[in-house]
Design a binder for this molecule. Structure first.
Ligand code: GLU
Ligand code: MG
Length: 421
């Protein structure tokens, strides 16, 4: 068969989908400089495809420029084309970052954290998803049977993640029907978000090659088990030394980590619109699902929005400090990892800058995306993080999505989103 290798470059946009364009591999040297053409209203494509509302009209040219540090070249060694893609940055034709580039949003948050504290953030994405290639049998949860029944999928996935330069940490049969979970090791924030995107795509790519799907929708079926994206994070100084742990302090949090967590909790109802950015996200954020319902912090509790993870006694003091991390649980895979992590870091940096203390009460999280968008809309601070153009575009995108599915009952809503994610 006559074939020519193609490379894709794209970004994980505010719909949480990787979108971009392909080009012949032979053109890579030129494409590294010029990227591929994009336009402003591409940002307004909802997760279902159509643009329902846009402040940008049909005008304007942008480019997605591949980042050499975010190249994925994974050959599954079957007869399908290799997964060869770059994640990239959306830029103006003059090369400056576009104000609505999601990766730039995250980069700006990293700068804000550094300005507020001199610190950097390590993160790791933990994803839950349904693998459709297994039968739903009783006793699935965490079982060796379910671990075995997925066949070669898990091994393909772990190999693909490793070939894509991330370090796989674990793979397991989760609690829900046909649900699995994958975790990668922590790295610095921008790389962590890239790896979050890559891990999802490797799961989709491995499942696709087996004739199945990896479904990341936050609620694959109404009244079923939710699928969270848990973001583990810790702070370190510029030299890479951990600065999150303090054995004698409340929640074992150092002063910097306390202020960071306080900022995160303070802004949590508003940033829900970014980290839990779909109408189905709010079917997940309900009681008795091991998912958060309040903006709270708890030691080693899986219903908390911020879970303080344990450190194990077998580690010496230095290793314990390095292992110590918090887990942000108000996220799902409708969110772009860049946006979710960026919002978290902006919120935490604001907590450090304003020396916020941990709140005594835990307000409820919003009960719908519409409510979350209203809270976000009322936050001058969040508006600053976005800038006015991106802020308006984000709200209009998400509000148009809310209106589009407003008439669907929970079952139909979950089915629509399970087709997308
Ligand atoms: N599936 C739960 C969620 O939606 C989390 C379960 C767990 O703690 O692993 O976040
Ligand atoms: Mg889990």
């Amino acid at each position: 068969m006559l074939r020519e290798e193609l490379i894709f470059v794209g970004t994980c946009d505010i719909a949480g989908l990787v979108r971009g364009k392909g080009f012949p591999a032979a053109e890579l040297p030129a494409r590294r400089k010029t990227g591929i053409g994009w336009t402003h209203s591409n940002l307004m494509q909802t997760c279902f495809g159509p643009i329902l509302d846009t402040p940008f009209g049909t005008g304007g040219d942008l480019m997605i420029v591949p980042d050499p540090s975010a190249e994925v070249h994974v050959d599954f060694r079957d007869d399908t084309p290799a997964e060869h893609f770059f994640l990239g940055d959306i830029r103006e034709p003059d090369g400056t970052p576009w104000v609505c580039c999601v990766r730039e949003f995250l980069r700006r948050s990293i700068v804000a954290l550094k300005a507020a504290s001199g610190l950097q953030l390590l993160a790791a994405f933990e994803h839950e998803f349904v693998y459709t290639g297994v039968e739903d049998l009783p006793g699935h949860a965490y079982s060796l049977g379910a671990f075995r029944r997925q066949g070669v999928f898990g091994e393909m996935l772990m190999a693909a993640i490793r070939a894509a330069s991330a370090k796989p940490d674990s793979f397991l049969a989760e609690y829900g029907p046909r649900q699995y979970e994958m975790t990668v090791s922590p790295v610095l924030a921008l790389i962590a978000a890239d790896q979050g995107v890559i891990a999802r795509e490797m799961a989709r790519g491995a499942a696709f090659r087996l004739g199945h799907r990896a479904v990341f929708s936050p609620m694959p079926v109404a009244d079923g088990a939710g699928a969270g994206v848990h973001i583990h994070f810790s702070l370190q100084d510029e030299a890479g030394a951990p600065v999150t742990f303090d054995a004698d302090a409340p929640y074992n949090l150092s002063p910097a980590a306390t202020h960071f967590a306080a900022g995160l909790l303070h802004h949590m109802p508003a940033i829900c619109a970014i980290t839990a950015p779909s109408p189905v996200s709010y079917l997940r954020l309900t009681p008795n699902r091991w998912a958060p319902t309040e903006a709270d912090i708890k030691m080693q509790d899986r219903s908390a929005a911020l879970r303080v993870c344990p450190v194990f006694a077998t580690y010496d003091e230095q290793a314990r400090a390095a292992q110590f991390n918090l887990e942000f649980r108000v996220c799902d895979a409708a969110a772009s990892p860049y946006m979710a992590l960026g919002a978290m870091i902006f919120a935490g940096a604001d907590g450090i800058a304003r020396k916020l203390e941990l709140p005594k009460t835990a307000p409820p999280l919003p009960h719908s995306l519409g409510e979350a968008l209203d809270v976000m809309d009322a936050s001058d601070r969040v508006k600053e993080w976005f800038g006015p153009i991106f802020f308006e575009a984000y709200l209009r995108h998400k509000r148009s999505e809310v209106a589009y599915v407003a008439d669907l009952d929970p079952q139909a809503l979950c089915a629509r989103y399970a087709d997308v994610y």
